[in-house]
Design a protein around this ligand. Structure first.
Ligand code: B12
Ligand code: SF4
Length: 470
């Protein structure tokens, strides 16, 4: 059977951009789980347009909430052409009834326990409408099919070593999506680390752990990093800030080639941190903790959220200077988004604060989907755009790059320079996050996908109801 696994994507910037960078692990992981008798292709919409005239027997769609309208459009197009279409991923897991309206079958949860059965059911023409993926131990996870990635310069090696996170931030779906905290055997992770058939030096050198909280279990991370030391790779991941109080672990991270850590710092306001359930973060500790990583030459990337209940337009704009003051090397700036499956979604729904006219396309981390407490919807959007423009202004971006010369090891400095440069160029070109209130979301998506990303995109598009289903 021929299978097209499509990882759906819609650009989040006014003139697109992320054409060639960072396709996710999901598609190549599903491909690796696929029995050999099938012929599988992985299409990252971020890199190439899905071929509606594909000769595949089965189309498998994976998508986040913000991409759901585009995924449903593709499903309609493929089913019109007689294809069997299935879907899975975080959005489907928490919106199963809605997704079922558009596809022949859905998978909720993790695919490992049901994928082979589902494919066999398609072959026997006995596809069921729903499959419930269990969260299994990770002992058997195969090496992703890196060979199916485009051999482009910008595609990094991504690896998943663990699933889940012991924390419970109220905006995050991870605790329900990937229950518990599960780890892969170190030797199986090292098989991915040792995979070397990449065309470019940096792809062989760099290992990007796409984990939720790689350092959560100390005995495991120590074993993993001890195995990394002789391999002389550069690696990066997400972790929680408590690692900064573990000097032995930090030393091992340095020795094993760590060049970057992403912290979810989220806010400088105690009320906002409390609102987000982010009790592991203490504002007074930020500077000291970041300095501990800099002492080992490690680049600190950090996420900040605008729109938490303690936030005001002033506090949001102030973050541009505050994040520089505490020493963040690369900031990531998003607007609070209450995804289904999170405590936030329930809270906003119960309080009647979800905006009824906002479709899933608004749920992309850069648009407003709820009534903020201390400002209007428009003020939140303006404050976020102001923060984004100021934080990525040439002055601030260059400042962060230059400070990195002193405090970062070589690989970490390269990363900081590349990421800051990437965002600064966007800010310079005024290629800001798309505001779907200013442009009809579907027209905007059409234009971005057709004109900017995939000029050869075909034919007329199906119009979908833009509203979120209740
Ligand atoms: C790595 C990661 C990223 C990476 C890569 C993004 C990407 N496109 O994959 C980066 C850093 C770029 C990123 C960015 C963002 N991310 Co992110 N990210 C993750 C993370 C930590 C891991 C995802 C992963 O690769 N897992 C490993 C693979 C193997 O697992 P998986 O994708 O879940 O797939 C499994 C199942 O879901 C299922 N499955 C998935 N698809 C399909 C399809 C079919 C057909 C089937 C049968 C099964 C199936 O089977 C798979 C195997 O078990 C998750 C958290 C998590 N635990 O999932 C968040 C997560 C996916 N991200 C999320 C969000 C919100 C974002 C951002 C919007 C954040 C922001 N505010 O800007 C941006 C979007 C950027 C973009 N343009 O894509 C949310 C999505 C919530 C939602 N409902 O949409 C998650 C769940 C975290 C959260 N906050 O709750 N992210
Ligand atoms: S620490 Fe990160 S992964 Fe864990 S629950 Fe909070 S936001 Fe989600």
């Amino acid at each position: 059977m021929k299978i097209d696994i499509i990882v759906v994507y819609v650009p989040r910037y006014e003139r697109g951009h992320e054409k060639n960078f960072v396709p996710p692990i999901t598609g190549i992981h599903l491909a690796a789980l696929t029995p050999d008798r099938h012929e599988v292709r992985v299409i990252h919409q971020q890199l190439e347009a899905p071929d509606l005239e594909s000769d595949a027997d089965l189309i498998a769609l994976s998508f986040f909430s913000g991409f759901a309208p585009e995924a449903y459009r593709l499903a309609i197009e493929y089913r019109r052409r007689g294809k069997t279409v299935i879907a899975g991923g975080p959005h489907v897991t928490f919106s199963p009834d809605e997704a079922s309206e558009f596809v022949d079958a859905i998978v909720t949860g993790e695919a490992e326990s049901v994928w082979a059965t589902l494919l066999a059911d398609v072959e026997r023409d006995q596809l069921k409408p729903r499959y419930f993926g269990e969260a299994l131990p990770l002992g058997d996870l195969p090496t992703p099919r890196y060979d199916l990635l485009p051999r482009s310069f910008f595609v990094p090696r991504v690896i998943q070593a663990t699933r889940g996170c012991p924390f419970r931030c109220t905006f995050c779906t991870v605790p329900t999506l990937n229950p518990g905290f599960r780890v892969r055997p170190v030797e199986s992770v090292m098989a991915d680390v040792d995979y070397d058939d990449f065309p470019h030096w940096w792809q062989r050198k760099v290992v990007w752990f796409w984990d939720d909280n790689l350092t959560a279990k100390r005995s495991y991370i120590r074993e993993l990093l001890a195995a990394m030391v002789p391999r002389k790779r550069w690696w990066l991941t997400q972790a929680s800030m408590d690692i900064a109080d573990d000097p032995e672990l930090l030393d091992l991270m340095k020795a094993s080639g760590c060049i970057g850590i992403f912290f979810g710092i989220e806010s400088f306001g105690d009320a906002s941190l409390d609102f987000a359930g982010k009790r592991q973060n203490k504002v007074d500790d930020y500077r000291r903790k970041i300095a501990e990583l800099h002492r080992r030459g490690i680049c600190v990337m950090a996420g900040f959220i605008s729109g938490l209940d303690g936030d005001t337009p002033e506090s949001i704009r102030a973050m541009a200077a505050q994040l520089d003051e505490i020493g963040v090397d690369v900031p990531f700036l998003s607007i609070l988004t209450p995804f289904r499956g999170t405590p936030d979604y329930k809270r906003y729904q119960d309080e009647g604060r979800l905006l009824p006219d906002r479709g899933w396309e608004f749920y992309n981390g850069y648009n407003v989907t709820f009534e903020p407490r201390l400002m209007s919807v428009g003020e939140l959007l303006d404050a976020h755009r102001g923060l984004w423009s100021e934080a990525f202004s040439m002055r601030r971006s260059l400042g962060r790059i230059l400070r990195g010369i002193r405090r970062l090891r070589f690989g970490a400095f390269l990363m900081s320079a590349m990421m800051n440069g990437f965002y600064a160029l966007k800010a310079l070109r005024k290629n800001r996050p798309v505001d779907f209130t200013q442009r009809n979301a579907f027209e905007a998506m059409d234009q971005l996908l057709r004109d900017e990303m995939h000029p050869a995109q075909h034919g007329e598009r199906v119009q979908l109801p833009s509203r979120r289903s209740a």
